[in-house]
Ligand binder design. Structure first.
Ligand code: FES
Length: 326
């Protein structure tokens, strides 16, 4: 399979078929000659009258029609408030409600600085826990931070930056919070549109780097899920509901990363010939399938990471006890 047209053969490179091309060229010339004679006969047999080229029409200054829409000028103008007959506002409303609830809950938990570890489980909001003041012992303690700074603050910038700059979430919150526009065929309050071409929105282009950092975090959360196959005494070969929760959470985060648009470009972008890169082509095909579900995976993984934290929180606060499988 090739993504570009095949290169023409260089002149003189191959002359094997030169002999076979002569009859074809002769036949084409004969057909052209017969066509010419027939046209002359239709025109009375005389020489064909020279045809005048149509006069060039040069648009006069100031008379050209303005484009209906131009990024440099203004947004499309819809006189009616919207052209929709369905409940178009439901989706942006759900987006606002879920994102506000998630931000409120995660902010509370990140600053709470407690109830994030219940042997052998650690909350994904606090992993990797990298200060000497961390509860539990799941990751090397790298430094002693001020006691009033929650260990979650040091690492939350990665998942937060990854989600904030995600192509799907951008669409979701541009529509829901900035109403830019709130939905297709719905008027918006903004008179101008500059896209992501200038500060601050041009910073969204760092998404690829958050993708790389997110992969590191996924490895650590997978490591946490493996540690969850122990019991409270540290003996291996045990599992409980918390183990299942941590495994599902890590799996969903991997799916979220692998379905990312940047991931798809890393594997399949900048290639002119897929046929010369069969492995990358196969990976790109699989990632493209996941990428088609990126929106759904984004929501499910977001909600589940909050539920995972909630489960560990309730265990650590002795509100519930873990269900042990074996
Ligand atoms: Fe959503 Fe990259 S596009 S995570």
């Amino acid at each position: 399979m090739t993504t570009t047209a095949p290169r023409p053969t260089k002149p003189g490179r191959s002359d094997d078929g030169r002999g076979r091309r002569w009859p074809v060229a002769a036949a084409a010339a004969a057909v052209a000659a017969v066509g010419l004679v027939a046209r002359r006969l239709r025109n009375g047999g005389g020489p064909a009258a020279p045809t005048e080229p149509p006069p060039l029409r040069v648009p006069r200054r100031g008379t050209a029609r303005r484009p209906i829409w131009s990024a440099a000028t203004a947004r499309a103008t819809i006189p009616a408030r919207h052209l929709r007959t369905d409940a178009w506002w439901v989706q942006p409303l759900i987006t606002v409600v879920v994102l506000v609830l998630f931000v409120a809950y995660s902010t509370f938990r990140a600053f709470q600085n407690a109830y994030y570890f219940s042997e052998p489980y650690i909350s994904p909001f606090y992993s990797p826990c990298i200060t000497t003041r961390c509860e539990g012992d799941t990751f090397p303690e790298l430094f002693t931070g001020p006691a009033w700074i929650s260990p979650a603050i040091y690492i939350l910038v990665v998942p937060l930056g990854f989600r904030l700059t995600c192509y799907y979430y951008r669409k979701a919150y541009y529509r829901s919070f900035w109403l830019s526009p709130p939905a297709c065929a719905v008027g918006e309050p903004h008179g101008k549109y500059t896209g992501e071409t200038r500060f601050p929105l041009i910073v969204q282009n760092v998404h690829r780097y958050f993708f790389y950092l997110g992969l590191v975090l996924n490895v650590i959360l997978t490591y946490d899920a493996v540690l969850a196959f122990r019991d409270e005494t540290g003996a291996w070969g045990h599992a409980g509901l918390g183990t299942l929760v941590l495994v599902v959470n890590a799996s969903l985060l991997w799916l979220y990363s692998l379905s990312c648009h940047s991931c798809r470009h890393i594997f399949g972008g900048r290639l002119n010939h897929f046929s010369r890169h069969p492995v990358r082509y196969r990976l790109w095909t699989g990632i493209s399938t996941l990428n088609g579900r990126h929106m759904q995976i984004a929501w499910v993984s977001l909600v589940f990471v909050a539920l995972t934290d909630l489960y560990v929180y309730l265990l650590a606060a002795d509100v519930i006890t873990d269900v042990r499988f074996f």
